[in-house]
Design a protein around this ligand. Structure first.
Ligand code: HPA
Length: 263
């Protein structure tokens, strides 16, 4: 076992990327420097979800030195909302300043079909839990007004435009899973102002803000929310549909990293 920082040697990343379902394969265009299995790293645990590999890739990606986290822990795997605290603390200890998160999500908007990409501008957490519960320091009272960094989002929007890919902005609502939502829950989420629903990202963004990282997050839409089409939802469907939007998001990320994320 080693710390991520020690494993990286003199590689100094400024950005970390957490790749959700379907994206680990879609993202290309980076030059791998080294690769580290979660199992060998302090603070990391393997994701038990199919379709998620569990490794950190250190890479040169456009203008940036990055850490690509392939695979994440989800709250629904064990009921621990702070499961990603170890990995995020480890990347912060390497000098990372910004965190880019991706996920698969269900759309609440008929104009945002499966295969599209959404830039998360804000989130709703009515799960009843929070990854900072139990944190003793006053730093736990972390502000969430600008959780999704506006200048950073603007740069990704410009990259999407350059890449010729439509990317909407929207509010992501976190549901614990692992069961999908009911049609009534989807109607509620829509009335509350959500544009997409999913089972990740929100705890990571809360932890990242606690650790002082800038955040941006993107949803690959894999399906319409429960009850919107009459079809039953399945994990298989989300996995089958992830590559379509995943390729679009990969292109947006590649364009953004090549242009550079610094002001
Ligand atoms: N709900 C929750 N999580 C999801 C969905 C959904 O419809 N699709 C992909 N992840």
């Amino acid at each position: 076992m080693t710390t991520l920082k020690d494993a990286l040697g003199d590689f100094r990343p400024d950005t970390a990327l957490v790749l959700g379902s379907g994206l680990a394969d879609a993202l290309t265009g980076y030059e791998e420097v080294s690769r580290h299995a979660y199992g060998n790293l302090d603070g990391f645990a393997e994701s038990g979800v199919e379709g998620h590999v569990s490794e950190v890739v250190a890479a040169r990606f456009g203008k940036h030195d990055v850490l690509i986290l392939k695979g994440r822990q989800h709250y629904y795997e064990h009921g621990n909302a702070a499961a990603m605290r170890g990995p995020l603390e480890a990347v912060a200890a390497c000098g990372v300043k910004r965190l880019i998160l991706t996920n698969a999500a269900g759309s609440l908007d008929a104009d945002q079909p499966p295969g599209s990409v959404m830039s998360i501008k804000d989130h709703i957490n009515l799960s009843g839990t929070n990854p900072l519960i139990g944190e003793p320091s006053n730093a736990r009272f972390v502000g969430m007004t600008s959780a999704y960094d506006k200048p950073l989002r603007k740069r990704f929007r410009a990259a999407a435009k350059d890449a010729g890919i439509e990317m909407r902005r929207g509010v992501y609502m976190w549901f614990s899973g692992p069961s999908f939502e009911t049609p009534a829950e989807i109607r509620m989420a829509k009335r509350l102002g959500a544009d997409a629903v999913g089972m990740s990202t929100v705890p990571e963004v809360i932890l990242a803000r606690f650790l002082g990282l800038q955040c941006a997050a993107f949803s690959v839409i894999t399906n319409f929310g429960a009850g919107m089409t009459g079809d039953e939802l399945s994990h298989q469907e989300t996995q089958d549909m992830a590559p379509e939007g995943g390729l679009k998001l990969a292109k947006i990320l590649q364009t953004a990293f090549e242009k550079g994320l610094d002001e």
